[in-house]
Design a protein around this ligand. Structure first.
Ligand code: NAP
Length: 293
């Protein structure tokens, strides 16, 4: 089998530790990040820096993208010197960003039109799970492409699933993030209500986490709440973006509209760049402002 020459585009909160894990495992990795400065750490670990996205796709036989949203993905693949401007035939492009089913299907079509393969591979997990290569990976596309990508997925994740055609993994990821947004909002409202009832913050979080209500998410975010350090493992702007994608997919259930409104208002009120559990600070502020008025 031809050894994998991996090209990695996008060194943000997720992309950086994921690419670092591949380098640590001994893979050949070329990198490209829009803000070139962020590449330095990985160059020290042995990564090669590509001159451009076009160059990245030419020196790699598998290219992974881990970037913000639909618009960014469209730009990275289809701009004048983007990944698809002059790719090597047969290259496999894997998009791991959380984006719409529509753009995923479009990318698959664009790639096929340029003689390259496309796989979507969405991830669940953040913070420590990324660092420790414990992500859960949901893929959509052809089985031969999934099999080619498996050594990458086995390094980045604890498990991966091929779910069906391109689009299905993006849909599954949006389902998970809807549940995640509900969980953050629920945890935040519960802690604030407990405080109103004079129940200590640490005590209610302990009770939640020791009871069947506790989960990996509540335990991770309890630490964030108690430490008062809201630096982003998963930025609030990203979950707001995901809820907008959920809306575009046609979500109609009753909790959805107020949930979206809550995250949108929190984003507008200055919490966009902070961790998504900052929804608790937004709700706290909103309730305090209401009491004052
Ligand atoms: P992030 O920290 O905001 O990083 C975004 C990356 O995309 C950066 O490398 C950024 O480059 C690049 N980028 C944005 N717009 C671009 C453009 N127009 N052209 C080229 N590059 C562009 O985001 P993240 O937390 O790593 O998340 C990345 C994706 O994974 C998102 O879709 C997110 O929803 C999803 N996701 C995140 C988590 C999580 O817990 N954080 C978990 C699962 C999935 P610069 O460095 O130049 O800004």
């Amino acid at each position: 089998m031809t050894p994998l020459k991996i090209g990695w585009a996008g060194l943000g909160t997720m992309g950086m530790p994921m690419a670092r894990n591949l380098l640590k495992k001994g893979f050949s990795v070329s990198i490209y990040n829009r803000t070139r400065d962020k590449e330095k750490e990985l160059i020290k670990l042995g990564a090669s820096s590509a001159e451009s996205l076009q160059h990245l796709s030419q020196v790699s036989n598998v290219v992974v993208t881990m970037i913000t949203d639909d618009e960014a993905v469209e730009q990275v693949y289809n701009s004048g010197d983007g990944l698809l401007s002059d790719p090597s035939p047969g290259t496999l492009m894997i998009d791991m960003s959380t984006v719409s089913t529509k753009i995923s299907k479009k990318l698959a079509k664009d790639c096929n039109g340029k003689g390259v393969r496309f796989l979507e591979a969405k991830v669940s997990g953040s913070g420590k799970l990324v660092e420790e290569g414990q992500l859960i990976i949901m893929a959509g596309g052809a089985i031969e492409d999934y099999q080619k990508a498996l050594p990458i997925f086995e390094t980045l994740g604890k498990t991966s699933f091929l779910m069906g055609e391109v689009g299905i993994a993006s849909a599954a990821k949006l389902c998970l993030n809807y549940f995640l947004a509900l969980t953050f909002q629920g945890l935040a409202e519960t802690v604030l209500f407990a405080q109103q009832e004079h129940v200590d913050k640490q005590a209610i979080l302990n009770l939640i986490n020791e009871s069947p209500l506790g989960s990996g998410v509540t335990r991770q975010k309890s630490q964030t709440i108690l430490s008062n350090d809201f630096s982003p493992a998963f930025a609030l702007k990203h979950i707001t973006k995901d809820l907008r994608l959920v809306q575009k997919e046609g979500m109609r259930f009753p909790l959805f509209s107020p949930l979206l409104a809550s995250y949108q208002s929190a984003s507008q009120m200055g919490f966009a760049e902070d961790d998504a559990i900052s929804i608790i600070r937004f709700l706290d502020k909103t309730v305090s402002d209401l009491k004052k008025s």
